[in-house]
Design a protein around this ligand. Sequence first.
Ligand code: MG
Length: 489
Amino acid sequence: MIRCAVFKSYLICLLAAAAILFTTCSRKITESRSPDTRPANIVLIFADDLGYGDLSCYGQEKYKTPHLDKMAEEGIRFTNFYVSQAVCSASRASLLTGCYANRVGVAGAFMPTDSVGLHPQETTLAELVKQRGYATAIYGKWHLGHLPEFLPTRQGFDEYFGIPYSNDMWPKHPNNEHFNFPELPVLEGEKVVRYLPDNQDSLTTWYTQRAVDFIGRNKDQPFFLYLAHSMPHVPLFVSGRFRGKSGAGLYGDVIMEIDWSAGQVMEALEKNGLTENTLVIFTSDNGPWLSYGAHSGVTGPLREGKGTVFEGGVRVPFIAKWPARIPAGAIQSQPAATIDLFPTLARWLQAALPSQPIDGKDIAPLLLAEKGARNPHESYFFYYKQNELEGMLSGDGRWKLYFPHTYRSLEGRQGRDDGLPIPYNYGVKVGLELYDLQEDISETNDVIDTHPVQAKTMKALADSLRMDLGDSLTDKKGKGLRPLGVYGQ
Ligand code: MG
């Protein structure tokens, strides 16, 4: 009997131990599987006119950007990341559709007087993630059409709060001789909830508060948050908490506040237990608007800035953090571009690509810092103005070829420090020129005569692209161009 009781208690202990072991194991399995079973959240932070040299982790020494530096330390930092065009609306069209902006009919920056927008039939990133049931929001600058049928709420976003175009399209812009538009509206959904009659000090704070609130409200379902800052586009504004704090003038204060904002987003993710399985991306729509002098950013070693296809216009900071998938502290020197985010996310989410062609390619191996990963493109192409193919980059990121065109430059002149621009010379010429970015990141030495085969190979690729997307510099009409949305049509 005694022996039987001992055996019974032994059996009970054994079963209890097995049960504990099973529970622990199954919890571990569930935990390790959760990043796969629940799609990752996506947070895309997009600065406006922030230059390649504007963050400490990209060499800025006049002020610090601790939150973005930390994000880079915990994730990956790209050294050769590109936008498709160095201007607001075109760059945003590429980011959200995975297409060269001219493919979807978008050029330049839309004005409040325009009646156009990204065509409602184009598929945006927000519509892509909607296939997987994501909650979606944009807080900040839209700039892909301010009339009702073009608003974010018609392009896959559940929520919108922000301004519909650039913050200089405002009657109080210091340079209002050129930007004398009606009051700048702030929209909530599709309704104007206020105008900005006095200043824009609160914009960064408002966008950030909305972003933090959205994360908290959606912690139990996958979400896509697009935080599209209006800053540091001129006219510069900063909240009282950061005014005078950087020790590097108003521009430094503004970047400090954007850095703070990124920190707030990270903190909200952490607080809601979402850090591990959230992909956070920080980048910019184009390089700095150099004619604004001390009110513009810097490009580090890169040539020219916004409004040109030189490196200072189209190469931007890019940081991504996703602890579940991206190794900490990675640096990626392969090129990549905003057009690639759409197909990369589509594959991760197992979402269907649109039936119409897109230009981006899946760069997951680059984003995940896989050893030996190579960029999948033969070339990236840089259009500007009305469908001018002005430059291209080889797929390995080494060679930049320019086609003859005119561009704007300060030609070495320094801008002012009071928020007013100095005039560009818009007629500066570049010929058929080739630069070796590996040896000459500042594009000072044209090597086309010593590398004719490289130039010829790239020119052939450009010729085939012109059949598809056209080129007004060589008077080619493309077959693959799609229409811009026109209000009422
Ligand atoms: Mg911009």
